[in-house]
Ligand binder design. Structure first.
Ligand SMILES: C[S@@+](CC[C@H](N)C(=O)[O-])C[C@H]1O[C@@H](n2cnc3c(N)ncnc32)[C@H](O)[C@@H]1O
Length: 249
């Protein structure tokens, strides 16, 4: 393992108050990601600076939002990360919030094998890994309507994504969808989908990654009412007949 990060490197995550212990955890996460990536196709981003900025700093961006404070302070709060892949954004957030329970869910077992290795190496006790499709997992009473926040990055178009995420959210909780500038074009359908699901698009927050590595948008959705029992529809239907497009029954 590298001994000490330079001040320049520490600046990548500085605004998230990452102390020495957490920095070491990010170092281990990075090393395992690159090592496992030789066997599994986890990410196309492997250069150290890019991983720290485009994966780690990007994942932590939600911490800046006032809505996240609600998550941190909600009693018995928990966070569900849908389609976590190699752990983004859920695992960087779990490293920085050891007191909040996180569930990282993905449909691909191989990604969860990687995550199990990293979680053990980091000694994290606040992370549970769940294998399955969101459409099925959201039917489990232990997960449906339970979480103070649901996160997702690069999983689906906004209207589809909302059907995969909103059912995990408790009333009054938030869905944080990590998106790029192109999301503007998804908003009208997303707004209609949110309405069907008892949720509302609250706001879109733009931000810039450090070192000019790109523009991002966070779509913040608030859960206003319980999700109607018929959602999510069975696995595959949200993608085939997306809400908000006139294609769904
Ligand atoms: C492009 S990857 C993004 C991974 C990670 N969130 C990131 O930003 O790097 C999309 C991930 O979502 C998962 N996924 C897609 N649809 C899903 C569903 N319906 N239920 C659970 N996981 C799903 C895939 O298996 C894949 O790991």
């Amino acid at each position: 393992m590298r001994e000490a990060a330079s001040a320049g490197e520490r600046a990548w995550l500085a605004e998230f108050a990452v102390d020495d212990e957490r920095w070491r955890k990010f170092e281990v996460y990075y090393e395992r990601l690159v090592a496992w990536n030789q066997q599994l196709n986890l990410t196309s981003i492997t250069e150290r600076r890019e991983v720290f900025i485009k994966h780690f700093a990007d994942s932590l961006a939600v911490v800046r939002l006032p809505e996240w404070r609600f998550v941190v302070h909600a009693p018995g709060a928990g966070v569900m990360d849908v389609g976590t892949g190699a752990g983004f954004p859920g695992l960087p957030l779990a490293i920085c919030h050891p007191d909040i329970p996180f569930v990282l869910a993905d449909a691909q077992a191989k990604r969860l094998r990687f995550l199990a290795d990293v979680v053990a190496a980091l000694g994290l006790h606040n992370v549970r890994l769940v294998h399955g499709r969101a459409e099925d997992l959201a039917r489990d009473p232990a997960m449906r309507g339970r979480f103070a926040a649901v996160t997702a990055r690069a999983v689906a178009r906004l209207n589809v994504l909302l059907e995969l995420t909103v059912p995990f959210c408790r009333v009054g909780g938030f869905v944080f969808a990590y998106k790029g500038p192109g999301v503007e074009e998804e908003l009208a359908e997303g707004e209609r989908a949110a309405g069907v699901l008892g949720a509302k698009l609250a706001r879109i927050v733009p931000w810039e990654l450090p070192e000019g590595m790109g523009s991002r948008r966070m779509v913040v959705t608030v859960q206003e009412r319980p999700v109607p029992a018929k959602y999510p529809r069975k696995a595959g239907t949200p993608q085939r007949a997306p809400l908000g497009t006139g294609m769904h029954a």
